[in-house]
Design a protein around this ligand. Structure first.
Ligand code: HPA
Length: 245
């Protein structure tokens, strides 16, 4: 069953035929909310709103371990993460959809592994390619089928938040090779890999990153809402086509 983790601007899926909501407990605590089981274009899917259904959980407080464990318990065999980002690369302007292919992790203090005990042998996962190649291709093919433009490949910088970055931090991220910046991509991707669940992301550029283009003098939150509302409509089209394929 496909799992979808929705971020800012995607707290529900309009075309989901709801079957049931399930409050799940995990050894890692409570997920961000109940799991929503339903059908999207006839296919079973499970949906989880990363920031909670009322959008109240900030990025650094999301219980990523519980979220991933809950989806694992629900027998998710693929996870598509939808997350808004700031565009660093000049061509990644607000409204652009992206399937990122790499990650740089700047987060700190988050519970970033299921293998945290000194009672078991040390576990290292291979994370050379943080996103699942086949699932990325599935998203790109669905976007093509839906006639939605989507950028294939970008380096995602995961920052701690919840504050946005300074202009100098964005310059540094660019020098490091990052194309977009968000706050929730890690440790989500690594935890999915630890559980062996194929994971890929659709990033939605909500704004130019701090200090860039229309964000040269600050980030305008009102326009973020407008951009996300329109862009999430296109994301839903892509998700529908993933399920139709
Ligand atoms: N920075 C970090 N995370 C974000 C941004 C940003 O500019 N926009 C949306 N999520």
């Amino acid at each position: 069953m496909l799992a979808i983790i929705g971020g800012s601007g995607l707290t529900q899926l309009a075309s989901l035929d709801l079957i049931r909501r399930e409050v799940v407990r995990t050894p890692y605590g409570e997920p961000s909310g109940a799991l929503t089981f339903g059908r999207l274009c006839g296919r079973p899917v499970v949906f989880l709103a990363r920031h909670g259904y009322g959008h109240t959980i900030p990025p650094h407080r999301v219980n990523y371990q519980a979220n991933l464990w809950a989806l694992h318990q629900a027998k998710a065999d693929a996870i598509i993460s939808v997350a808004s980002v700031g565009g660093i690369r000049a061509d990644l302007c607000p409204g652009t959809l992206i399937v990122p292919d790499q990650i740089i992790d700047y987060t700190w203090g988050r519970k970033s592994t299921f293998h945290d005990s000194s009672d078991e042998p040390v576990v290292h996962i291979d994370f050379t390619e943080p996103y699942d190649a086949a699932l990325r291709r599935r998203i790109l093919a669905a976007a093509a089928a839906a006639s939605e433009t989507i950028v294939d490949g970008a380096v995602y910088a995961a920052t701690q938040g919840p504050r946005l970055e300074t202009a100098a931090e964005i310059n540094r991220l660019e020098r490091d090779g990052a194309d977009v910046v968000g706050m929730t991509g890690m440790p989500e991707a690594a935890l999915a890999r630890e559980l062996g669940i194929p994971y890929a992301a659709i990033n939605v550029v909500a704004n130019f990153a701090a200090g860039r283009a229309s964000s040269a003098n600050g980030i305008c939150f009102d326009s973020i809402d407008v951009v996300l509302r329109e862009a999430m409509r296109r994301v839903r089209q892509v998700l529908d086509h993933i399920c139709e394929a």
